[in-house]
Design a protein around this ligand. Structure first.
Ligand code: FMN
Length: 180
């Protein structure tokens, strides 16, 4: 299988996961660079479903057996850079997987800000090429203060130090599915 990992990351967490995955499965990797860089504009364009698009990729999506799209969730949305990528290439995917390193965990997954709504949007947007979606939540990372509030948890910037335990197990579950 020839894999392409495509990612968008604002604060580096999804870049960390995407780079690790690309290395582990010997995939090519491409960063999505939105045409608009302003963070607030990206949030608004995600919420209001306005498209500014991304810069052109330097590789051809159609050349790959499978694409793994990796990026964050904001305000319970399939964020604009990810949505724009899926829309643009939906007819070229053979298989599309979605992977997110997000803030919300199992308890929140079906709520307004949870991953399940985003997964449904990915599936609707990608159509028949969609295979599956997987979330690795920052809430799986044990913090020094176990009562840390959600803001503290969302402030985590992934490094090798955090890539252990249950958090790593969730990553491995996804990675192993790709190899089977
Ligand atoms: C403005 C904002 C809104 C967010 N909203 C959500 C959310 O609705 N659900 C969630 O699970 N995580 C949410 N998060 C957490 C991010 O998904 C998480 O921090 C992610 O790892 C950031 O990825 P990045 O470092 O690749 O940009 C939000 C983060 C920000 C900054």
């Amino acid at each position: 299988m020839k894999y392409l990992v495509v990612y968008y990351s604002h604060t580096g967490n999804n870049r960390f996961i995407a780079e690790k995955l690309a290395q582990d499965i010997s995939a090519d990797i491409q960063e999505l660079v939105p045409r608009v860089k302003n963070f607030l504009l990206l949030i608004f364009s995600s919420l209001l479903h306005i498209s500014f698009g991304n810069k052109k990729l330097s590789t051809s999506v159609a050349d790959y057996d499978a694409v793994v799209l990796c990026g964050p969730i904001w305000m319970g949305q399939l964020i604009a850079p990810l949505r724009d990528f899926i829309k643009k290439y939906r007819n070229q995917f053979k298989k599309l997987y979605f992977l997110t390193c997000c803030g919300g965990g199992e308890a929140e997954k079906d709520g307004t800000f949870g991953c399940m709504g985003v997964f449904r949007k990915v599936e609707q947007t990608a159509g028949s090429a969609f295979v599956e979606a997987h979330a690795i939540s920052l809430s799986l990372i044990p913090t020094e203060n176990q009562n840390a509030n959600p803001e503290t948890m969302m402030g985590i910037r992934l490094t090798e130090q955090y890539f252990t335990g249950t958090f790593k197990d969730y990553y491995m579950q996804f990675k192993n599915k790709l190899r089977n």
